[in-house]
Design a binder for this molecule. Structure first.
Ligand SMILES: Nc1nc2c(ncn2[C@@H]2O[C@H](COP(=O)(O)OP(=O)(O)OP(=O)(O)O)[C@@H](O)[C@H]2O)c(=O)[nH]1
Ligand SMILES: [Mg+2]
Length: 294
């Protein structure tokens, strides 16, 4: 049971064409109409898609979350996510599906950068996507080329175990970080992305920053000891060094070097806070996980 999920926000221009093409390859099409102010939802309904209407715009992540939940409810074997703005090619669906069908992967990402055919991706987008991908790679210990691509395939196991929670564009890295933490297999295949002129709907900087922040958020939740603990220990060590220096100078000269002692106290406080945060977050996340598994 192959289901294709389309997150759509004000895509009345493209949605009909895309549904017609996808109906040739999919058993079911889910369109999440994410609070569009145009006829996106009505057109998708007329075309016979399973339509989820968000009363207000929740964001790309909110749309992906609704599609995941609906696909699981429909007992889908495979979910392919496909954008509604015409940038993804229906012809690439087979390539994205193959590793799932051959049971070589649980998640397949259609990467814009694998076959080096990324000339038409605007430079600033390339830079932003590669920056975010490298941050995500560090936490997953992987060498992905495009953690932001929305053109993906997921198998049944992922739909059962992964529930996206980020409502923004950060959902793309969230799903990968959570899945790699659970040991799921992630694979990339080359796709060709179609950019007609710069039709971007986001402000590049705010978009990039919001995705970096949510990626850091998920890394910190998945690896609290690494993310907060290590810097905490480093600050504590620096603080200790400055305090010893202060005491040393005091025993010799009976004077306290103000800036040295202040740096010492400041870094000790910061180190303690980071270390405490790492321990608290670590225990909190483990309790929540245990609770969820009960
Ligand atoms: N921008 C945006 N897209 C949404 C939202 N909800 C659903 N979508 C859909 O999510 C898909 C991806 O969004 P895009 O805006 O194309 O994101 P992108 O491809 O990274 O960026 P562009 O280069 O601007 O196309 C599209 O099909 C949108 O219609 C939302 O709140 N904002
Ligand atoms: Mg797009």
């Amino acid at each position: 049971m192959l289901v294709i999920g389309i997150p759509a926000y004000n895509e009345e221009k493209n949605i009909a064409k895309i549904i017609v093409k996808l109906q040739k390859v999919a058993d079911k099409i889910i369109v999440c109409n994410d609070g569009s102010t145009d006829l996106t939802g009505a057109i998708a309904e007329k075309m016979g898609a399973v339509v989820i209407n968000h009363t207000k715009n929740l964001g790309y992540g909110g749309a992906i979350r609704s599609i995941f939940l609906k696909a699981e409810e429909l007992d889908s074997d495979i979910l392919v996510t496909f954008d509604a703005d015409g940038q993804h090619r229906v012809d690439d669906i087979q390539i994205v599906l193959e590793p799932i069908i051959k049971n070589e992967a649980d998640i397949v990402i259609g990467s814009r950068f694998l076959n080096g055919d990324d000339k038409n991706v605007p430079q600033y987008r390339k830079f932003g996507i590669k920056a975010i991908t490298s941050i995500a790679n560090t936490s997953m210990d992987m060498k992905l080329t495009d953690s932001q691509s929305g053109f993906r395939a997921y198998n049944k196991k992922i739909l059962k175990e992964i529930i996206p929670s980020d409502y923004g564009m950060g959902v793309s890295t969230e799903i990968l970080i959570k899945s790699s933490k659970k040991g799921f297999r992630i694979k990339e295949v080359p796709i060709k992305i179609l950019y007609e002129g710069d039709t971007s709907t986001h402000h590049p900087v705010s978009h990039g920053v919001s995705v970096i922040f949510s990626t850091m958020k998920f890394i910190s939740i998945e690896h609290p000891l690494k993310f907060y603990g290590i810097p905490g220990i480093i600050f504590l060590a620096i603080g200790l060094f400055f305090i010893i220096w202060t005491i040393d100078a005091f025993t010799e000269t009976r004077h306290i070097i103000a800036n040295v002692s202040l740096i010492g106290i400041g870094t000790i406080i910061l180190g303690t806070m980071l270390t405490m945060t790492s321990i608290m977050l670590y225990s909190l996340v483990s309790v929540v996980r245990e609770h969820r598994n009960d």
